[in-house]
Write a protein that binds this ligand. Structure first.
Ligand SMILES: [Zn+2]
Ligand SMILES: [Zn+2]
Length: 256
């Protein structure tokens, strides 16, 4: 399994891009502004998009991507958007509603659209080729999940957006193995109250939750607020003991 980080910032500017992760050539986890670094052919090769939630930094490039590759998407094989039912409702109501962007689930025709929604829930693992994907519930301000992606040779998990919770960590502990954990740390400790209000992690909240994890994966920190990266990194290094920490950067690649 190949993993390519298209975007891992909490914002934009100075070459930063928001959350999007390409798995092999055909699976995309979230569709933030990182998607804009893909070629048209690479975008057209994506067959499955798995969403953590519908906040803009995680879907910003989805409408533009579908429009850009409209002619390249096979009518027999539409882009499948796997998401919580509440996330699908939000996309239909607030994005693909003709007012903000066309309803591509009915274009070019309702019978053979270029996108198709596929509701997915925690507890319903989905196997695509060698890879099994499973939603893991988290604790964010809207319905949100993380994902575990396992193959015979390795396992990756991504927290999506979350603050303190038990469900994500219990889900990880149920996995047979965990090699890479991409986990958000949106804010620095000076914004701990804001972290709780907006339901994100800061280093102190993440350090406390990491004590719940029985696996020893490499921990890749993501979703830092732009300009706060160094402070968040220093605080994580001070607060999180006995773990392998890595600062995730746009363009990073991994293989499991
Ligand atoms: Zn969010
Ligand atoms: Zn976010």
């Amino acid at each position: 399994m190949k993993i390519r980080i298209l975007g891992c910032s909490g914002g934009i500017g100075g070459g930063l891009h928001t959350t999007s992760i390409l798995v092999d050539h055909d699976i995309l986890i979230d569709a933030g502004t990182g998607v804009s670094s893909l070629t048209l052919d690479e975008m057209a090769g994506i067959q499955h998009l798995f969403l953590t939630h519908t906040h803009l930094d995680h879907i910003a490039c989805l409408p533009l991507m579908v429009d850009s590759i409209f002619d390249r998407i096979s009518r027999q094989r539409p882009l499948i958007i796997h998401a919580l039912p509440a996330s699908i409702d939000a996309l239909q109501k607030h994005i693909f509603n003709w007012a903000i962007w066309p309803d591509f689930a009915s274009l070019p025709s309702a019978d053979q659209p270029v996108i198709r929604y596929q509701p997915l829930n925690p507890g319903q693992p989905l196997t695509l080729g060698e890879r099994t994907l499973e939603m893991l519930p988290t604790n964010h301000i809207v319905p949100t999940v993380g994902y575990a992606i396992t193959t015979a040779t390795g396992a990756l998990a991504f927290s999506g957006d979350t603050t303190t919770n038990d469900t994500f960590w219990a889900g990880l502990n149920r996995l047979q193995r965990l090699d890479l954990l991409i986990v958000e740390t949106a804010f620095s400790n000076k914004d701990e109250e804001l972290s709780k209000l907006s339901r994100h992690y800061c280093p102190s909240l993440l350090a406390a939750d990491l004590k719940k994890l029985r696996h020893r994966p490499q921990i890749l920190l993501t979703h830092n607020k732009p300009g706060e990266e160094q402070r968040i990194w220093d605080e994580c290094q001070a607060e999180i003991q006995g773990r392998t920490l890595i600062r995730l950067v746009d363009g990073n690649t991994f293989e499991l």
